[in-house]
Design a protein around this ligand. Structure first.
Ligand code: SF4
Ligand code: SF4
Length: 302
């Protein structure tokens, strides 16, 4: 079931059709709102690769319950789609793009395949528009605090040791979801008769020029990240398992267990990013805490 309502900037909820038809004072241009509404209603019946990579509970709730979204929260996804369209328009007939492929478990739409980096015709590429935080993790960059050997001589920290923050680039690369996604597209393409020699993600950093990005070691607007092969056997078992859990839950109308720690991004997704959170008892706990905090902040500042 797609999102049925928009959440206005004042917190009110309105059916998307009503918003598009008759809002007297729009918070965005009408074509932008229409594009957002269209992007939320994808009309794909089978669970897609990205839906199966997400938590089973999240996908179950999005497929079975009506939910509301803030239009602004979909803008980043829309930027991503715009980048996809720009690339698709410039393949000049020599690069394949945006084809949806299916098997008996799922379906997925790869971004680019062909001579996208050099003379190699067998390169598969995926486009991402992402944050410096996500990129920092994907590149294995992390921060360490180094004791300077000095102490604060005055102020609140008087007597405490002084530290400076340094970046390291040898951390574990958090690329699993992106790798699983791209590898499944590889598998679908290979089964359709195409050879894949290498895989890459082109990640565009949406906050690249900001200080926060520099502090995270992200000093370029775009990164090309190589992706390693994952075994077909592992991929098939992983997707079969998740597809089975999802279809069982839908058939029995039973809420699946909470998404795993990784799937819910250590709760950050439940708090701010999961569109299913208003129908999820676990997500509701975070929402009520957040609302309680906002009310407190409001009463303090009022
Ligand atoms: S345009 Fe914005 S303010 Fe108006 S109904 Fe739609 S979401 Fe609400
Ligand atoms: S709110 Fe959290 S646990 Fe609930 S569906 Fe969303 S990601 Fe999963």
């Amino acid at each position: 079931m797609p999102a049925t309502k928009f959440i206005c900037p004042n917190g009110e909820r309105i059916r998307i059709v009503e918003c598009l038809r008759s809002c007297p004072k729009r918070c965005m241009f009408l074509p932008t709102l229409r594009a957002i509404a269209k992007s939320l209603d994808r009309q794909i019946s089978e669970p897609t690769v990205t839906e199966l990579i997400a938590g089973v509970r999240e996908t179950y709730l999005k497929k079975t319950s009506a939910y509301a979204v803030e239009p602004a929260s979909v803008l980043y996804a829309l930027q991503g789609q715009a980048i996809h369209s720009i690339n698709e328009l410039n393949t000049q007939g020599e690069i394949l793009s945006e084809e949806r492929l299916k098997d008996d478990i799922t379906s997925g739409q790869f971004d680019l395949y062909g001579k996208i980096l050099d003379t190699d015709e067998e390169v598969l590429g995926d486009l991402k528009v992402t944050s410096s935080f996500r990129l920092m993790r994907a590149l294995g960059i992390y921060k360490v605090k180094i004791d300077t050997g000095e102490i604060y001589k005055s102020g609140l920290k008087k007597g405490q040791p002084k530290f400076r923050t340094e970046l390291r680039c040898d951390g574990v690369r958090d690329l699993l979801d992106w790798s699983i996604q791209l590898n499944y597209y590889r598998m679908l393409l290979e089964r359709a008769g195409f050879k894949i020699s290498r895989m890459y993600i082109q990640a565009i950093c949406r906050d690249a020029s900001l200080r926060i990005a520099t502090e995270r070691g992200i000093d370029k607007p775009v990164y090309i990240i190589p992706i390693n092969k994952i075994s077909d056997r592992w991929l098939t078992r992983y997707f079969q398992h998740k597809a089975k859990l999802l279809s069982k839950a839908i058939e029995s109308k039973t809420l699946p267990p909470i998404c795993s720690f990784r799937e819910r991004w250590g709760n950050r997704k439940c708090l701010d990013y999961c569109a299913a959170r208003e129908n999820c008892p676990y997500g509701q706990r975070f929402l009520s805490k957040k609302e309680a905090m906002n009310v407190k902040e409001f009463s303090l500042s009022a």
